[in-house]
Design a protein around this ligand. Structure first.
Ligand SMILES: NC(=O)c1ccc[n+]([C@@H]2O[C@H](COP(=O)([O-])OP(=O)(O)OC[C@H]3O[C@@H](n4cnc5c(N)ncnc54)[C@H](O)[C@@H]3O)[C@@H](O)[C@H]2O)c1
Ligand SMILES: O=C[C@H](O)CS(=O)(=O)O
Length: 491
């Protein structure tokens, strides 16, 4: 199968080469995807700009009806979409189903916004004058998405964008084009007017750059690494784009001396090794009170023995492959750094290449302990199934260590002391805080995003996402029949 761009409601070939998309579980070629260029972006933007004029005039509740239909089609195809997702990205099938469900939930949630999109009416300070504010569409928006949640994150961006009256150009990650292909088919079958949704496959440096530089693309909503996000923001700044960034994480689970250790172990295991550690919200640090450190280590080691590793299509498998060989080598590189830094390896630490693994990209779930809070494996995003366990002596020290990284996405604390809970939720500097749960498992109706090196003040999902894809417009209607001047006449 060869994947080409979806522009103006049709599959359109471009001049670019094709690149193979491999199943990380076994190395099989799943498809080939076009590496498009600037001229393809230009065609997509032209289509989106033309369509947006009419799309913005469609009443929002009618725009919402398309999202209800998209949600229905996604629900109808949930198992097919999940299987495709597992094949192209590697996450185990139960997580793929969870991700597709996030997209379905977002469709229905943002469809509901078609009958809200609340603005304000407020009393004017002048007689016979009416004042109100409305959320107005922006125009053509550019969506750049990562490979680890290839459908959920795309829905978090595209659905609020279109319900608010915008049209979009979507550049999926080159590693995971098949979910975009599947979504384009759903957009088409839902009857979305041509030009509202446009998908251009290609590299970030070619297609991504062209989107950011195009004068008619008003917003760039980016999710990906902090390194790339910095570049997107710099280039976007030069072109006066509104840029929303969701980037890397180095998320910690704090385990206090009064924690329910069984619960803590389950929370750590799921958020550290789910998706093979390839979630932006993955737990990559465990900050543990010295009084329970040894017990927690033993319980974690015991629980890790039960992790089955393999092809994510196998329902019994809990940890699938990482996305590709490059990711595998990056993870292995960090394990070597951890050993050089003097951290003590308690489990894992190897690329799996024996029988059943050699054709895929598998890494052993890995646990380091006695990690120094300022070491590289405790500070830098590894984006794989590697935990760094750091000992502390108090809640204050735990919070200080948690906040010591450049990222600020998700954090978690296990404690049964309500005073510790409220001090932690106040002082942890991440955009998401969990109590007695792991660091993953966001819900689509709440703001999603991070502080510091994870984000630049915007949020995906929840009503907050509308702030990225709308502009506030304040409207004053003076029906006094005479010229009134605010400030002057109100003195
Ligand atoms: N905060 C969040 O919500 C969130 C969610 C998922 C993933 N992530 C982060 O994403 C990273 C993993 O995803 P990834 O490997 O796809 O990230 P990445 O930064 O390599 O790529 C993300 C997207 O940007 C594109 N891109 C690459 N170079 C570009 C450029 N110069 N200009 C424009 N676009 C460019 C890529 O093609 C891809 O579509 C991790 O750091 C993870 O923490 C963050
Ligand atoms: O990034 C998308 C995920 O839904 C976030 S989480 O891992 O579920 O928190």
């Amino acid at each position: 199968m060869k994947l080409d761009n979806y522009i103006n409601g049709a599959w359109q070939e471009s001049g670019g080469e094709y690149t193979a998309v491999l199943n990380p579980a076994n190395g099989e070629t799943l498809c080939e995807v076009r590496l498009s260029g600037r001229e393809d972006v230009d065609r997509a933007v032209e289509s989106a700009k033309k369509a947006q004029k009419q799309w913005a005039l469609v009443p929002a509740p009618k725009r919402a009806d398309y999202l209800y239909e998209i949600g229905r089609l996604m629900k109808e195809r949930k198992e097919h979409l999940s299987q495709v997702l597992t094949k192209e990205m590697g996450k185990v099938i139960e997580e793929a189903r969870g991700e597709v469900q996030e997209g379905i939930d977002m469709a229905y949630y943002m469809a509901g916004e078609g009958r809200r999109l609340f603005g304000e009416t407020v009393p004017s300070e002048l007689q016979d004058k009416f004042a109100m504010s409305v959320r107005a569409p922006i125009g053509v928006v550019g969506l750049i998405t990562p490979w680890n949640f290839p459908v959920a994150i795309a829905t978090w961006k595209s659905f609020p964008a279109i319900v608010a009256g915008n049209t979009f150009i979507w550049k999926p990650a080159t590693e995971t084009p098949m979910m975009a292909y599947e979504m384009a088919k759903i957009f088409e079958e839902a009857g979305l007017p041509a030009g509202v949704a446009n998908i251009v496959f290609g590299s970030g440096s070619d297609v991504g750059t062209a989107m950011i530089e195009h004068p008619d693309v008003r917003v760039i909503s980016f999710t990906g690494s902090t390194e790339t996000g910095r570049h997107v923001a710099e280039l976007g700044g030069r072109h006066l784009k509104k840029v929303s960034l969701e980037m890397g994480g180095k998320n910690a689970v704090i385990v206090m001396d009064d924690a329910d250790l069984n619960l803590a172990v389950e929370g750590i295991l799921w958020s550290a090794f789910g998706t093979a550690g390839q979630r932006c919200t993955a737990c990559s640090r465990v900050i543990v009170h010295k009084d329970v450190k040894s017990e927690l280590e033993q319980r974690l080691l015991e629980a890790m023995k039960g992790l089955t590793i393999g092809d994510g299509l196998d329902e019994s498998v809990k940890v699938g492959p990482v996305v590709n060989k490059k990711a595998l080598e990056k993870i292995d590189g960090y394990v070597k750094i951890g050993k050089e830094e003097g951290a003590r390896l308690l489990a894992g630490g190897n690329i799996l290449d024996g029988a059943g693994y050699s054709d895929g990209c598998y890494y052993e779930p890995t646990l380091f302990t006695d990690v120094k809070w300022d070491s590289r494996i405790a500070q830098e995003e590894i984006f794989g199934p590697v935990i760094s366990l750091i000992e502390v002596g108090s809640l204050d020290e735990a919070i200080e260590v948690n906040n010591s990284v450049v990222y600020g996405l998700s954090s978690s604390i296990f404690t049964q002391d309500v005073n510790k809970v409220f001090r932690a939720q106040r002082d942890l500097d991440t955009g998401i805080v969990y109590v007695n749960a792991g660091t993953t498992g966001a819900e689509i109706h709440l703001p999603f995003g991070g502080t510091k090196g994870t984000g630049n003040g915007h949020r995906d999902s929840g009503v907050a996402a509308l702030d990225v894809f709308t502009e506030w417009k304040s409207i004053y209607v003076d029906y006094s029949g005479k010229l009134q001047r605010a400030q002057i006449d109100t003195e």
